[in-house]
Design a protein around this ligand. Structure first.
Ligand SMILES: NC(=O)C1=CN([C@@H]2O[C@H](COP(=O)(O)OP(=O)(O)OC[C@H]3O[C@@H](n4cnc5c(N)ncnc54)[C@H](OP(=O)(O)O)[C@@H]3O)[C@@H](O)[C@H]2O)C=CC1
Ligand SMILES: Nc1nc(=O)c2c([nH]1)NC[C@@H]1CN(c3ccc(C(=O)N[C@@H](CCC(=O)O)C(=O)O)cc3)C=[N+]21
Length: 307
């Protein structure tokens, strides 16, 4: 008899996010009944990037399904930075809007950091404003970036107390890697941030009890980079040609993560799939942040939304 290879438990971000969206919907309905305030999210998209259009549509649909207000502002790719800043100023001043998200990437003639820092930090539901990055770094309450927040919720749900665990994050972007590191440090993990200059990345990864891959390179993390039993969170969303050569020739694509899933699933203890893992959590956390921002705008303490 040959030994069965062990298979990791799948972390079902899609199911978790459905529950989180339901909790946001219920808490928002109570907020509206008690205080007459319906949380409102404004999403601004500049240009026609098809992937961005898809995410923006998903966000809008989920927001409306949760009973929140959702406004989408579609601006032409040639919109000037000044016109974009003028729209943000309007949204900052709009009492019916509690969350403002400017979809990234922006066209190259616009300076993203200027635009992100023009958003009122208390409406910055992406958590990208320098003030919110600072609050997270020093441990003050603030709006936390949605993708790392969603990863942390999944990790706590799976593992409970994270203190003392070795966490390795591959990627040091301001929107995923750095805030993920801050959150895990806040949970008393021993945190390593790896990036393109890291020496012997496979060896660094093999020390991880928690491995978060946020690289943007399809299936870069191999099975033999993973410590047996580790928890693997795959943030990557990469479009690659379809496996079927005919479909690939016709331009059909599929989505894969930054982790070679078929290898990793044989070694890891738990792993998020792509799709159906971190992606849906990002959208659910955006709604949770919009709900919290709406509460704080009227001085109400948000209800806890953890499972
Ligand atoms: N699921 C979701 O909701 C979301 C998914 N994503 C996905 O997550 C991934 C990361 O996104 P983002 O953080 O914006 O990406 P960035 O491109 O901003 O950052 C990528 C990071 O990976 C590092 N890196 C690149 N190549 C290597 C390598 N060969 N070895 C080690 N490190 C490397 C870079 O290092 P260096 O700094 O040295 O260049 C950089 O820090 C993407 O696939 C993106 O699509 C992003 C946001 C939300
Ligand atoms: N200001 C800003 N904030 C963002 O949060 C932001 C952004 N800009 N620009 C683009 C990235 C990417 N992003 C995703 C959101 C949801 C899924 C998602 O729902 N994914 C599904 C479907 C994946 C698919 O099939 O395409 C899944 O993984 O199951 C993915 C990626 C948010 N981003």
């Amino acid at each position: 008899m040959s030994a069965q290879p062990s298979r990791a438990t799948l972390i079902d971000g899609k199911a978790f996010s459905t529950g989180l969206v339901e909790r946001v919907a219920a808490a928002s309905a109570r907020l509206e009944a008690a205080h007459g305030v319906k949380p409102g999210l404004a999403v601004v998209i500049v240009g026609e990037d098809p992937a961005s259009q898809l995410y923006v549509r998903n966000k809008g649909e989920t927001t409306v399904r949760a009973g929140l207000r959702s406004d989408t502002h579609r601006l032409d790719a040639t919109t000037s930075q000044a016109d974009l800043l003028a729209l943000i100023a309007e949204l900052n001043a709009d009492a019916g809007i509690h969350g403002v998200l400017v979809q990234l990437p922006l066209p190259t003639h616009i300076d993203a950091s200027v635009v992100l820092d023009a958003i009122d930090p208390d409406k910055d539901v992406d958590g990208f404003h320098v003030v919110n990055a600072g609050r997270l770094a020093v441990g003050l309450p603030g709006l936390v970036p949605c993708t790392p927040l969603g990863c942390l919720m999944l990790l706590k749900d799976q593992l409970g107390d994270l203190s003392g665990l070795n966490a390795v994050i591959i990627g040091r972007s301001n929107i995923v890697g750095k805030p993920m590191a801050q959150l895990l440090l806040g949970e008393s993990c021993t945190v390593t941030i790896a990036h393109s200059r890291t020496r012997d990345l496979p060896a660094v990864c093999r020390a991880a009890d928690i491995l978060v891959a946020a690289v943007g390179r399809p299936e870069m993390v191999r099975g033999d980079w993973i410590k047996p039993g580790a928890t693997v969170i795959d943030v990557g969303i990469n479009r690659v040609p379809s496996l079927d050569p005919e479909k690939a020739a016709a331009g059909k694509t599929r989505v894969v993560g930054d982790v070679a899933f078929q290898e990793a699933v044989q070694v890891a203890g738990r792993i998020t799939p792509v799709p159906g893992g971190v992606g849906p959590m990002t959208i659910a956390c955006l709604l949770a942040n919009t709900y919290s921002a709406a509460c704080r705008s009227i001085g109400v303490t948000p209800e806890p939304l953890d499972a």
